[in-house]
Write a protein of this length. Structure first.
Ligand code: FE2
Length: 285
């Protein structure tokens, strides 16, 4: 019988779960233990894993229906035939310089995965294969705490509002909400959400994808969003993960957003990503 330990990683969020071999099928009890840990701590790290592609999909499937890629098959750098449930986050390139994976290089601003869809992914499972000597860290913000830290007047004035989320493949620039959005992935979400499992309220905006608060002038929206982003990105509510090969991270996409720090483009960074499907976001009451 393996003993399981759970050690918090910071005051903001995160826990390390040790004593699990994610390559083996999970029983119901272990599945619920892991799920409870990620809902309590928002991000859990399972270190020292040795997972092939099939085993990662099997592990992910224990927690829900695996999410599928949104990018058209023909446009995926991994190739048309690659598993529809898996994204390679990779900066490797072929001899012509074409990226062999998605999200290849450099810094990426804070975002919630797939928040521009009516039913964003519920959780993401990212496994590290190759990691640069420095940088390429993933920063996670606790969005329950972001909500709690809002001034009361903003909690009141923004209650019931919706925000426009847009993603047009930028990593450190936002799409123009007044631009031509035909063919660009976008949609609106509640600005304050009620987490489906925990029932807690979380702020649901991020610097990369939240382009506008609906129903107010654009200049007012931009001023308020700037204030919200600075609250979301306060160091006191952030945990920054320095990856090691073999780390498997699970993060909750309702109660956190995440960003990537810059890293040398001449070093290899390769991770394998799966998600599980989520439900329609609930507005906080
Ligand atoms: Fe992401």
């Amino acid at each position: 019988m393996t003993s399981l330990t759970c050690n918090p990683l910071s005051d903001a969020l995160g826990a390390s779960l040790e004593g699990i071999n994610a390559a083996l099928p999970l029983d119901t009890e272990m599945t619920e233990t892991i799920r409870d840990a990620w809902q309590k701590h928002i991000v859990v790290v399972l270190p020292n894993q040795d997972l092939n592609h099939r085993q990662q999909v099997q592990f992910t499937s224990a927690f829900g229906i695996p999410g599928t890629r949104s990018r058209d098959k023909q446009k995926r750098p991994e190739g048309e035939e690659f598993d529809n449930a898996v994204m390679m986050v990779s900066n490797l390139r072929d001899s012509q310089g074409n990226a062999l994976g998605s999200l290849p290089d450099g810094e990426m601003w804070f975002h919630h995965d797939s928040c521009y869809y009516p039913k964003p992914d519920a959780a993401t499972f990212l496994y590290a294969l190759e990691i640069p000597s420095k940088g390429g860290n993933t920063r996670f913000a606790n969005m329950y705490k972001a909500y709690e830290n809002l001034p009361n007047d903003l909690k009141t004035s923004l209650k019931g509002r919706r925000v426009l989320q847009i993603y047009n493949y930028g990593t450190i620039e936002k799409a123009d909400p007044d631009g031509d959005l035909r063919g660009v992935r976008h949609g609106t979400q509640p600005i304050f959400i009620r987490h489906r499992e925990t029932g807690r309220t979380a702020l649901y905006v991020n610097r990369l994808m939240t382009a506008r608060i609906e129903g107010i002038p654009r200049s007012d929206s931009e001023a308020i969003l700037d204030e919200l982003f600075s609250i979301c990105e306060s160091p006191s509510i952030i945990y920054e993960h320095q990856w090691k090969p073999g780390d498997l991270l699970i993060w909750d996409n309702q109660s956190s957003c995440h960003a990537r720090t810059d890293f040398p483009n001449n070093e290899r960074r390769v991770l394998r990503r799966c998600t599980i499907k989520g439900e329609k976001m609930l507005a906080a009451c």
